[in-house]
Design a protein around this ligand. Structure first.
Ligand code: GDP
Length: 171
């Protein structure tokens, strides 16, 4: 695709080791890498997508989930059209981090009309997160919720399409 109807910046927020890089790897055509040892630093990957008749260029940003690092990077949040909030369904503390850190951090530093999706990753593993708590968070922030597995490539593309469709509605 040479020309685009839209260009969106998408960021991925969540604790380290929840699978952010693995999800982005899937979305940008890399294979799943079992040995990834958590992300160091940040950068973005490009991805083209077509939804209906619209051609969209995506910048998919990836970063480490460390607060001391994130506090340095207001620019990471700024101008984001869409956010994927990711937790590991097998690690309830990573869900608590989305509630207590990542959403708050984004609300403070990001755009108020950004589109947001909540992702429970690692759905190939046992769920240990309380569904009623997920429901509460969804209601409070009007979030769509999708369970994915970067490992087994379940719902990964669907989550991105859902987010970009929301971005398009607001564009
Ligand atoms: P990040 O720090 O959030 O970017 O997380 P990574 O993408 O580096 O993944 C952290 C670890 O979780 C790695 O060992 C991955 O292989 C593993 N992982 C990522 N996604 C999945 C998944 O969907 N299922 C399972 N079982 N493991 C995953």
């Amino acid at each position: 695709m040479d020309t685009y109807d839209y260009s969106f910046k998408i960021i991925v927020l969540g604790d380290k080791m929840v699978g952010k890089s693995s999800l982005i790897g899937r979305l940008t055509g890399n294979t799943f890498n079992e040995k990834t040892a958590g992300t160091i630093g940040f950068g973005f990957h490009l991805r083209d997508i077509e939804i209906g008749t619209k051609k969209i260029k995506l910048q998919l940003w990836d970063t480490a989930g460390e607060e001391r690092f994130m506090s340095l990077t207001r620019t990471y949040f700024r101008d984001a059209h869409g956010v994927l909030f990711v937790f590991d369904i097998n690690q309830p503390n990573t869900f608590q981090s989305v509630c207590n850190t990542w959403i708050r951090e984004f609300e403070e530093k990001g755009s108020t009309d950004a589109s947001m999706i909540l992702i429970g990753n690692k759905c190939d593993l046992e769920t240990r997160t309380d569904p009623s708590e997920i429901e509460l968070l969804r209601d409070r922030h009007l979030l769509d919720y999708i369970e994915t597995s970067a490992k087994d490539y379940i719902n990964v593309e669907e989550a991105l399409v859902a987010l970009v469709a929301q971005c398009l509605q607001k564009a």
